[in-house]
Write a protein that binds this ligand. Structure first.
Ligand code: AP5
Length: 214
């Protein structure tokens, strides 16, 4: 099963992708996580992407397509993949069809998480993650079980994403509305996109998606 999760920044794509990947045994491919890893290691791609990400704009299609194509090539998981944060433009959507088509694969489900803008701002302003293992949290909606201690690795140091500043969140939302939202009709017409209420609690959103996927 190959899935795409679509939705604006903070809609819960990463959260749901992790839960679905674990439940269905899928490989999660997150272009945002990949780019952050490139920035962290100081690669040539990371150096190109860093300023663009900090300004809330989209990284150029050619860089993204090359990066994701090699992950799809390398993926040996017969259960399938879950795409989080990709595609984000028509060029990326068409390139994805081509790369999957060459390998005799296709997208089986496209899920759009629907969340309003006030909720997005609240979610992104409260988001943080463990500096050691990168497990994600939220101050109100998903705090660690023990304050200041990571549930997963016991780490006590946490960090916030530089692009979660309010001014950058506004730019990311604009990029979503002006560029990524344009691909929604493509998936509703050709691939039976399904909208899911992303405003519900995380477990409820997960159960709704799980039920849709059968
Ligand atoms: P990326 O990392 O993909 O960021 P994004 O799409 O802006 O999405 P986020 O990761 O911010 O949010 P999310 O929907 O995953 O929400 P999450 O689950 O974390 O991209 C970052 C940048 O990289 C882009 O701006 C761009 O520059 C570049 N980039 C990446 N891919 C690209 C591409 N394909 N093309 C070009 N450029 C690209 O949840 C958010 C918070 O809310 C968390 O704290 C979570 O705990 C909480 N939460 C989640 N669900 C719920 C819920 N149901 N109720 C309450 N709280 C919740």
């Amino acid at each position: 099963m190959n899935l795409i999760l679509l939705g604006p920044p903070g809609a819960g794509k990463g959260t749901q992708a992790d839960m679905l990947a674990t439940f269905f045994g899928l490989t999660k491919l997150s272009t945002g996580d990949m780019l952050r890893a490139e920035v962290k290691t100081g690669s040539a791609l990371g150096a190109k992407a860093r300023g663009i990400m900090e300004s809330g704009q989209l990284v150029p299609d050619d860089l993204i397509i090359e990066m994701i194509a090699s992950c799809i090539d390398d993926n040996k998981n017969r259960h399938g993949i879950i795409l989080d944060g990709f595609p984000r433009t028509m060029g990326q959507a068409e390139a994805l069809d081509e790369m999957l088509g060459k390998r005799g694969l296709e997208i089986d489900h496209v899920i759009q998480l629907v969340v309003n803008e006030d909720e997005i701002v609240e979610r992104l302003s409260g988001r943080f993650s463990c500096s050691s293992c990168e497990k994600g949290y939220h101050e109100t909606f998903a705090p660690p079980k023990r304050k200041g201690v990571c549930d997963k690795c016991g780490g006590t140091s946490f960090s916030r994403r530089t692009d979660d500043k309010p001014s950058t969140v506004r730019a990311r939302l604009a990029a979503y509305n002006e560029q990524t939202a344009l691909i929604l009709p493509y998936y509703s017409e050709a691939r039976s996109l399904v909208k899911v209420d992303g405003m519900a609690e995380m477990d409820k959103v997960f159960n709704n998606i799980k039920n849709l996927l059968g």
